[in-house]
Design a protein around this ligand. Structure first.
Ligand code: FAD
Length: 470
């Protein structure tokens, strides 16, 4: 259905001609951070203020026009998907950092602000923001909040939800809901911000936020360890958590196929293996603290104990920032895994003590269905979060949908029995909607549907994400 000419005129009146993009200006935009295909949309609208967002939504609501909100387009569950009938509401002109309070340790930002900008500005005030992830240079605070992003430091600081004190949100009918709380403690009735954190833009558009900052750390120690068994991995985690006095910042586990691929000297873009690859499990452990004279020694002593106890058979401690980066590259470089054709990407969570059996059983099932399937497992294991990239041998393109469905079933179905979740940190979007009942009960889904109905009764905003209308 073509967009009404009247609506376009009204949108132009509201945000200005140069901020309502159409036709070839829309097609010039890429579909996604990872997909250069041209974007499809009736128009891309770029408001500069909360009032403009409010007016744009009210106009679209009155015209029964569907709207999809865009941040940095790094989301991984198709939440940013649009057709030629949708209006895109882009927050790209709302990138300002409005203020920083170094005493209260808060920052007030507009939702289009890029995560890395928040991190850099915090550092200039001796503070840090407790969220970090590989897409830091492109993803926005609005996207992070609406997906309740996890990332590399959840172990220490929690998910994005824990970093948000206040929010300003615009509802589909144009209502501005301002809850720009700056207090750590505020139990004055319902804390409405939580309705908009992790609900993937289905209930409102986040326009501004008050972020909680922490005192910046000044030391950073990183180790790469080889563990003979998964039990050794969990013992290493328990020990480091205890010995590092709350400084353990990241604990990432990589199953051998990931490390072998990302250190293969015959492939472009790889780094040299820091140790011999004789074991099945590899850990990147990182501690961040503030005591320059003590932290390195404490870290080395904790690592020493891992070797003495046999939890780690080999390992290195990075001696420079350069070496730290090289160790992290083994974890963060996922391009080589994504180069397999076809490949299917999963983000799940499950109890840590069920992980190893889960991965082994999944591998058995995959090999039975498609011998020589590559299973790459890695993730923020201390948070119970596994990422899986599964690459079966080449399938005919017409069979891909059904193969993806079969692989998804193998991944998701066992999770309900072991108390896992089909989405650890990426959300549901469009991609995981068919599988939601593996993680949420019928009554939970009904409440989600009725919340959607309350906030957006014509189902126009990020419509079809997470749940369908009841
Ligand atoms: C290399 C890479 C690494 C990643 N690593 C991680 C990771 O470790 N942990 C993790 O959790 N995720 C990770 N992601 C996923 C992604 O970066 C996060 O989901 C991020 O929070 C999305 O932010 P964005 O600004 O790109 O949002 P977008 O992709 O633009 O949008 C994501 C969803 O949020 C909605 N949305 C965006 N802005 C707003 C707003 N202002 N108000 C309301 N709704 C809004 C959109 O409609 C969409 O549904 C990674 C992605 C990449 C490409």
């Amino acid at each position: 259905m073509a967009i009404e000419k009247n609506l376009i005129d009204e949108l132009v009146r509201c945000v200005g001609r140069s901020h309502v993009l159409q036709n070839e200006q829309v097609a010039a935009r890429a579909k996604h951070f990872w997909n250069a295909e041209p974007r499809q949309a009736a128009a891309i609208v770029r408001p500069a203020t909360t009032n403009e967002v409010s007016e744009v939504l009210a106009l679209c609501n009155a015209a029964r026009q569907t709207v999809v909100t865009h941040g940095g387009l790094t989301g991984l569950v198709d939440g940013d998907h649009t057709t030629e009938d949708d209006v895109v509401l882009s927050l790209e002109r709302m990138r300002a950092i409005e203020s920083i309070d170094p005493i209260g340790k808060t920052m007030t930002v507009q939702a289009g602000c890029v995560l890395e900008t928040v991190q850099n500005q915090s550092a200039e005030h001796g503070l840090s923001f407790g969220l970090d992830l590989g897409a830091r240079g492109s993803c926005t605070i609005g996207g992070n909040i609406s997906t309740n992003a996890g990332g590399l430091s959840v172990l220490r600081y929690g998910m994005t939800r824990e970093q948000v004190l206040g929010l300003e949100v615009v509802l589909m009918d144009g209502t501005v809901l301002s809850s720009m709380n700056t207090l750590l403690k505020n139990n004055a009735g319902h804390d409405l911000k939580h309705l908009f954190i992790g609900t993937e833009g289905t209930l409102g558009v986040i326009t501004r936020a008050v972020l909680r900052l922490r005192t910046a750390t000044t030391t950073s120690n990183t180790a790469f360890l080889a563990c003979p068994t998964f039990n050794d991995v969990t013992e290493t985690l328990r020990h480091l958590d205890h010995q590092l006095n709350g400084q353990l910042n990241a604990f990432e586990v990589l199953w051998k196929p990931v490390v072998k691929l990302n250190t293969n000297p015959e492939l472009p873009g790889t780094v040299a293996a820091p140790i011999a690859l004789d074991e099945n499990y590899y850990v990147i452990a990182e501690a961040k603290g503030s005591n320059a004279s003590m932290d390195a020694t404490t870290f080395e002593t904790a690592m020493q104990r891992c070797f003495e106890s046999g939890w780690a058979s080999d390992g290195v401690i990075a001696q420079s920032t350069q070496e730290q980066k090289a160790l992290w590259a083994i974890r963060e470089n996922i391009e080589l895994m994504l180069a397999f054709d076809p490949h299917y990407v999963f983000d799940i969570s499950l109890p840590i003590n069920a992980m190893d059996d889960y991965v082994q059983q999944l591998d058995t099932q995959l090999q039975r269905a498609w011998p020589n399937t590559q299973l790459f497992s890695y993730g923020h294991v201390a948070d119970g979060n596994l990422h899986l990239i599964i690459a079966p041998p080449n399938a005919l393109s017409e069979k891909r949908d059904s193969q993806h469905e079969q692989v998804s079933r193998m991944v998701y179905e066992p999770l309900s029995q072991i108390g896992g979740s089909i989405s650890a940190e990426h959300g549901i979007g469009l991609t995981k909607k068919p599988w939601l009942s593996f993680s949420r009960s019928e009554s939970e889904i009904k409440v989600m549907q009725s919340l959607k109905q309350t906030f957006d009764k014509h189902h126009l905003l990020n419509s079809g994400r997470i749940v369908d209308p009841c």
